[in-house]
Design a protein around this ligand. Sequence first.
Ligand code: NAI
Length: 511
Amino acid sequence: MIIANMNTIYPLIAVIGTGAMGRGIAQIAAQAASTVYLFDAQPEAAGRARAAIVAQWETLAAKGRISSEQVAAFSARLLLADNLQSVAACDLVIEAIVERLDVKKNLFAELEQCVRPTATLATNTSSLSVTAIAAGLKHPQRMAGYHFFNPVPVMKVVEVIAGLKTDPAICAQLAAFARQMGHTPVQAADTPGFIVNHAGRGYGTEALRIVGEGVADFATIDRILKDQVGFKLGPFELMDLTALDVSHPVMESIYQQYYEEPRYRPSVITAQRLAGGVVGRKVGEGFYRYVDGKAQVPPEPTAPAVADLPAVWVSPRAARRSELLQLVKDLGARIETGASPSPTALTLVAPLGFDVTTVAVVDRHDPARTVGIDMLIDDAATRRRVLATNPATRADIRDAAHALFSRDGKPVSVIRDSGGFVTQRVVATIVNIAADICQQQICSPKDLETAVTLGLGYPLGPLAMGDRYGPTNVLEVLFNMQTVYGDPRYRPSPWLRRRGALGLSLMHEES
Ligand code: NAI
């Protein structure tokens, strides 16, 4: 006889599939006062899961985070089910089994035979269509996606996904239950990758393109994005942590599901590394090698010593020109103020989206003395500067620029010429994909920001990021990248084009 707790929206629930995700979901549901049945197709698996969850609570109690009474109360709410019939009385069944459409569909068909017609059915699928899983059910309106992130107790966001036939009231209830469990729900349309796995396409894929073009190596790109934008992990560190056997198939799946949309195009680099088993931290080797679990990061090239720095001429078309002039002045360089550079001056350009070579040629500068600097982000807001040479830049000019911009101790990365440097490309791609999510009305702009900050741990939501660095700057990067590469993957989303001039975050309340 089960004593259900009536203070919760779903007093009695079942979690089917008690692996990494099922355990986490069961843990937070029991903490939120639901009685939870655990069921797994593997004999003993549910019992092992229960023991592991109880051990988690005991660890929390040992740290003084919960009381021993709570451990006892939570544990009493975790029950084992021997078969699906045992979950017949449940108000909600959450499925977290293997990620296969046929297996999930069979499970739900079987569940429909057991549970009451009023019971809610939810799937934790990360990449399958909720609509497709619900197709064939007698009551598809009571089935929704409920996509948690790993580890569930720590990642406090859940995507609530309405399939084509889902009753909106079911989603509202699941959202309310998520709040009871201490999680933040976001509402997503049933589209490939939902919100988080869709919005996350920009970071890794653009970084892989940059590596693929030989613009900079893995470690340099990681350093730049951490130091300039404030990402906690560089894209290659992140891929090593997630492991390519997980992340490469996600890249392929979203690309295929969107019928080869160029924005999501995966990379041959990860395909090959996956084939070679070089998948990441868990095997000791990914983009980095791991010794005792620690990444072996190649040392950073030191700034060259240059005795005599040339005078510096800053292009009138440089992005953030007044900040750049002030910076060059603060670093102690002689600044030329003529209409064009003298024959010996270091010519500094700061393009958005365009490559240094194009700027030097179009503006009739001497390419041998022209160096570019990424000024998308105000120098005061970054912990690194990034310079780009063009194929004609002389070594002494490159070294002079490197030495000058290192004078105050801030690290400098010198990369090969590419439209958009590193930060501009990655930021613009992230903002553009986010804008397209808004354009498609996959979720509200507000939920997008919440999902990305909680689900991906970005320092800012992508729309806030676009606002911080200037929506018109981001648009300029994209327009010019499209010209440089002639590639539709950089075409700005209509949402970004329309709102670019107005500001992106201002529109949070409007979808
Ligand atoms: P897992 O492999 O750790 O656990 C799956 C469990 O389901 C296993 O214990 C297995 O014995 C059981 N199972 C398989 N088929 C079953 C069936 N027909 N009936 C009952 N039990 C069955 O997998 P994990 O990582 O927990 O993933 C589960 C689901 O959650 C998948 O749909 C996955 O895509 C999704 N997901 C996974 C995330 C992750 O980071 N691991 C994040 C978000 C969603």
